[in-house]
Design a protein around this ligand. Structure first.
Ligand code: AHR
Length: 504
């Protein structure tokens, strides 16, 4: 097979990257909170109950923003249940996941955890079973300094300083019939608009996110987005978009091309946003908050025979294979290609629930393959997206047409000047050569070529074998004259890091 050929120009910036593209998500779902980030009595837990093995792995991922508390969970959530003395907090049923919620973690606790991680929150309000007034009360509780009943209540709970939460989601997936308090687009568009107006009456500088479609699979997509944007365009800053991809009823080749779904979803949604900008004669450009994305095969939902109303049962715990890891990488590459408009993106979710981090309750924590992809992106993929034009050998796939075997994007770190080429090889059996012509003369050397690959697409990590999928340093990537050569192993995720002369 011919090699893939590309051109790279670090002097040609395509777009700056908002670092919040490497965001994450913590929902009260399954073992994400309880048994995930929080487990009093665990060998690594601190006095507040935070698991430090999970904390350290999270710190390494350095998510600049974490969405909380849901997800479907938020749509019947009473935030008041989760604040104040833990011994007085009520035990409730959670309608979304049919579990028991102890409320031992709530808003203030999450803010404590954010501080430990070194991240900022993106707080969701309940627009399913509640409305404008409860959203405003939560805002006042969190952000008002003092002297009102809600802010003084926060102070009485031991938080004298306001949390100063800037970014807020106006509900979650309100287009989904599974959502408690599900709404039509008109109903949601109206309540989102009025909630946003009320929240802005308190603080005009808040960043507000309206629910777009929960994915391209749902019947109301993309009409939902059109109606919601028509009503809420001037009141919100971001449209929330979700996508979970899976291998159900797909060949491995088609599954490996599934990032094309995200590509099409983004093009359609951005087209709608821009149509609405013109229609409303608006000066504002709507940005995308891709606040749930991941690989999720829906057969991983609840273990067979699991009875409802359990506390922290193992829900949605998919163990990722090598092939899933490459698909995950292809989604990250797609998000980076759209970094001019995707300003926030959150992997759903951080721990256990289709998580890059997995735990045993009372035991070990370990990393899935997806953890390493995210780690690479977050560590090496900040700064700006730069010119990288690729011509790859292709294959035919009935669902998505002609697909390139190699997909890639390049970034440049503004401080170090280092360049990173993130790429996948979708070929299941064959290594592929990549040759890149460097269009400017500043690059001096290849720092390293890191790759994730295994001998078998089905291989996965586990607590006993946590390193089956792990970053390997590759030999052979080199620069000769103005050409960079590298070989990408079959079914692999790769990062090729280059140094620029002026920063050497
Ligand atoms: O991330 C799991 C669930 O997927 C979220 O709660 C919901 O928003 C989506 O349907």
């Amino acid at each position: 097979m011919e090699s893939a050929k590309a051109t790279l120009d670090a002097n040609d910036c395509v777009t700056e990257i908002d670092e919040r593209l490497y965001g994450n998500f913590v929902e009260h779902l399954g073992r994400c909170v309880y048994g995930g980030i929080y487990e009093p009595g665990h060998a690594t837990a601190d006095a507040a109950g935070w698991r430090h093995d999970v904390l350290e792995m999270t710190q390494q991922l350095a998510p600049p923003i974490v969405r909380y508390p849901g997800g479907n969970f938020v749509s019947a959530y009473r935030w008041e249940d989760g604040v104040g003395a833990k011994s007085l907090r009520p035990q409730r049923i959670d309608l979304a996941w049919q579990t028991m919620e102890s409320n031992q973690v709530g808003t203030n606790d999450f803010m404590d955890w954010c501080k430990l991680v070194g991240t900022t929150p993106m707080m969701a309000v309940n627009l399913g079973t509640r409305g404008i007034i409860e959203a405003c009360q939560l805002l006042e509780y969190c952000n008002h300094p003092s002297g009102t009943s809600w802010s003084d209540l926060r102070i009485s709970h031991g938080y004298p300083e306001p949390h100063a939460i800037k970014t807020w989601c106006l509900g979650n997936e309100m287009d989904g019939p599974w959502q408690t308090g599900h709404k039509t687009a008109e109903e949601y568009g109206r309540i989102a608009t009025e909630t946003a107006r009320a929240m802005r009456q308190y603080d005009a500088s808040l960043e507000l996110v309206a629910c777009g479609s929960c994915g391209p699979y749902i019947e109301t997509y993309p009409e939902w987005d059109r109606v919601v944007l028509d009503l809420a365009y001037e009141q919100v800053d971001y449209l929330s978009v979700h996508l979970y991809v899976h291998d159900i009823d797909r060949t491995p080749e088609a599954y490996l091309g599934v990032s094309e779904l995200m590509e099409r979803q983004l093009r359609t949604t951005l087209g709608l946003c821009d149509f609405m900008k013109s229609r409303h004669r608006s000066k504002k450009t709507m940005m995308i908050c891709f606040d749930e994305w991941n690989v999720w095969n829906w057969n991983y939902l609840r273990p067979e025979g699991l009875q409802p109303w359990q506390t922290a049962p193992p829900l949605v715990e998919q163990i990722y294979r090598m092939i899933d890891t490459v698909v995950f990488g292809s989604l990250l590459i797609t998000l980076l290609k759209h970094a001019d408009r995707v300003r926030i993106a959150c992997v759903a979710q951080l721990v256990n629930v289709i998580g890059p981090i997995m735990t045993e309750t009372g035991g070990r924590a370990w990393k899935q393959g997806t953890y390493h992809v995210l780690d690479h992106g977050s560590r090496f993929g900040r700064g700006e997206v730069i010119h990288f034009r690729l011509n790859s050998p292709t294959y035919e796939c009935s669902e998505f047409g002609t697909m390139p075997y190699i997909d890639a994007v390049a970034t440049r770190d503004l401080t170090s000047g280092e360049i990173a080429i993130f790429s996948i090889n979708r070929h299941l059996h064959q290594a592929l050569d990549l040759s890149v012509r460097i269009l400017h003369d500043g690059i001096t050397e290849c720092i390293e070529h890191i790759s994730l690959f295994t001998n078998d697409p089905e291989v996965r990590n586990s607590p006993d074998q946590p390193e089956e999928i792990h970053p390997r340093t590759m030999q052979g990537a080199q620069i000769t004259g103005d050409q960079l050569f590298a070989t990408l192993p079959p079914l692999s995720w790769n990062v090729i890091r280059l140094r620029q002369k002026s920063h050497a």
